[in-house]
Design a protein. Structure first.
Length: 341
């Protein structure tokens, strides 16, 4: 029954296929695919046009098909898996090139392959579930493994006190547990490329909604491993090149040298130098740092001095940009900047 459901979804996505194409798509014999097609034809769900090997199969257009949306679902063994091959299989099954705009397809290809590669290289899971679906407006994918968990991996590698701190480290953009194989950029750029991005592991869930420019971290029901969800409009006008140009601009030779730090993700109140040092971990890898203080309620003089005098004195080539700072807190920041002149 599951194979027949997938055949219906493939026919909806493609507009029609031959028996040979369907057999190749599902990796089964012509005899097996013909058996499924005969049952679907008998049920009135599929119609056949043409004879013998020249025949093509189409959705019949009956009421039963109106609620069937293109959907791909398959569990993959991660050993030796190649993420680009999986995307090609998915794109062919769902006819993504036809059903999404070129810009959406490019974003999907980048985000999907980056996230699946993370499962392959980092998760220590034996397999991962891959799901991709289309509706009238959006394309969504979900990748779920049952490995060690992305936030646990980072927290362990960098000796962090809890997994919530790993979220903030990950969003800086160059945090990776495999420096020789990965730059740490994949999640950073994927999280900014689509409309919605969710990364969930154990009790921690990171949710980024780029349509309203909001980022949330919440406690969720405990799960084993990591789950990634990604959504982009099928006809999005967003261009992947533009996303890269913000953080890897021409002025930095198109290298990833600019990052944005959501200060609130660490905490809403900052007092000590130790808090400043934790915030600054890894930021010496960038040339320009945007500190977004949206939602930060209090800043202490020690924190400000550590960031805007001590750190800046040690790294004079790094530029800080401050955004969304409450005017009440501006005098504390300006005092730290003045002391650095």
């Amino acid at each position: 029954m599951k194979t027949r459901q997938h055949i219906l979804q493939a026919l909806i996505a493609s507009g029609g296929n031959s028996g040979t194409e369907l057999a190749r798509m599902f990796g089964i014999t012509r005899q097996a695919i013909n058996a499924h097609l005969r049952k679907l034809i008998a049920e009135g769900l599929v119609r056949k046009e043409g004879q013998t090997r020249g025949a093509r199969y189409f959705i019949s257009g009956g009421k039963k098909q109106r609620n069937i949306l293109p959907h791909f679902s398959r569990r993959y063994s991660l050993r030796g898996l190649e993420e680009d091959r999986v995307f090609e299989e998915t794109a062919l099954f769902l006819n993504l090139k036809k059903l999404t705009s070129p810009t959406a397809f490019e974003i999907l290809q980048y985000a999907f392959t980056e996230m699946l590669n993370n499962s392959i290289d980092h998760s220590e899971s034996s397999s991962a579930m891959v799901e991709v679906s289309l509706d009238s407006y959006d394309c969504t994918f979900r990748i779920r493994d049952r490995g060690i968990g992305v936030f646990h991996s980072i927290a362990s590698k960098f000796n962090l006190t809890d997994e919530s701190q790993a979220v903030a480290e990950l969003l800086k953009g160059k945090t990776t547990t495999m420096r020789k194989k990965h730059s740490g950029e994949g999640i950073f750029f994927t999280s900014k490329a689509g409309d919605q991005f969710t990364l969930r592991s154990h009790e921690t869930e990171l949710m980024i909604n780029n349509t309203i420019d909001e980022t949330y971290v919440a406690r969720a029901r405990t799960i084993k491993g990591t789950e990634v969800r990604f959504k982009v409009k099928r006809r999005t006008r967003r261009k992947l090149a533009n996303v890269f140009s913000i953080y890897a601009p021409e002025e930095f030779s198109f290298q990833f040298e600019r990052t944005r730090v959501l200060v609130r993700l660490f905490r809403e109140t900052y007092v000590s130098r130790s808090e400043a040092k934790r915030l600054l971990v890894g930021l010496d890898q960038f040339k320009e740092i945007i500190l977004d203080f949206k939602g930060v309620q209090s800043i202490g003089q020690g924190f400000s001095d550590e960031v805007f005098r001590i750190f800046q004195s040690a790294h004079p080539d790094i530029t800080f940009r401050i955004e969304n700072l409450d005017p009440v807190l501006r005098s504390v920041i300006e005092h730290g900047i003045d002391n650095n002149i």
